[in-house]
Design a binder for this molecule. Sequence first.
Ligand code: PLP
Ligand code: COI
Length: 343
Amino acid sequence: MNEDLSLDWKELGFAYHKTDYNLRCTFSSGEWGEIEVHTDETLNLHMAAGCLHYGQQAFEGQKAFMGKDGKVRLFRIDDNARRMQNSARGIKMEPIPLELFREMAIKAVQLNARFIPPYGSDASLYLRPLEVGTTPLVGVRPADDFLFVLFTTPVGAYFKDGFKPTKVVVYREFDRAAPLGTGCWKVGGNYACGMRATTKAKENGFSAALFLDPKEKRYIDECGPANFFGIRDGAYITPKSGSILPSITNMSLQQIARDMGLRVECRPVELEELATFEEAAECGTAAVATPLSEVYDEANDRSYCFASNGQPGPVTTELYRRLRGIQLGELPDTYGWTTVVDI
Ligand code: PLP
Ligand code: COI
């Protein structure tokens, strides 16, 4: 327990807690302004702002970790910055310059350093960069003005059981994205689209919905907040699909898998193939690598089960250990994935 902040680092969960400062930068008349530091948690938006009506909104999620050596590390922030540019371009918003993104991320961690959870707590400081179109509009068109906000919040595990096997469900009556839609970008509309499935999944005792490809309903796409991977015969197998978010955690795990001597297969993965998998998991910044105990296909009343003894599989466990090890400064960062932040 941190007495000063009245936060119990081990009980945080994945929820919003106020920190001291958020950073903002606006784009108008064709250029980005100065970085502003705010303590106010609210935004003053015009009621006709394009983001509120026509969904011009994109966000990111990344974490800062307190390391074993007392250093604070951000994980692959330039990849988040590039993905945010792709998301912005995908919905006709102004891409945020990579340097601006980086500077604001580092500054936000420095200004909110007292909220970085200690090493060993399994918690971290989550960064949420958000870009919205602010021009007042009634006709449907891209905004001319944008606001980039970056706030931080300390978080624990996304799924309440942390690194414990969890159950997910496949529903065929919902899609989170269209085949040539916005699924590959991190825009709020995808999450709104997935909410009926996610809510139904939770009501039925699952931690998340696993979406199938929206065209044929035959291949695995991804979970609401995370990519999917499975392990079989020395291979790390993960879906290739145009309607999923390219996960930075997944990219990292693929590299770690190669380093562990696994083959990496990034290709369409049929749902029925799950019957042959030894392990399955979902991965992402928030989910890290969360092992799956069961994927339930509701339409066919069929369960694919993994981790039958209730424990995560050995390969998923080692992937998790190595990824966390790099993030926490316990293992060498051979690929230059981390940025040490001076605090
Ligand atoms: N897929 C979706 C839909 C997500 O929201 C996320 C989270 O960002 C991921 C996958 C995982 O991506 P990353 O590993 O970059 O956090
Ligand atoms: C993340 O993993 O950072 C995410 O943004 C997922 C989610 C909480 C939407």
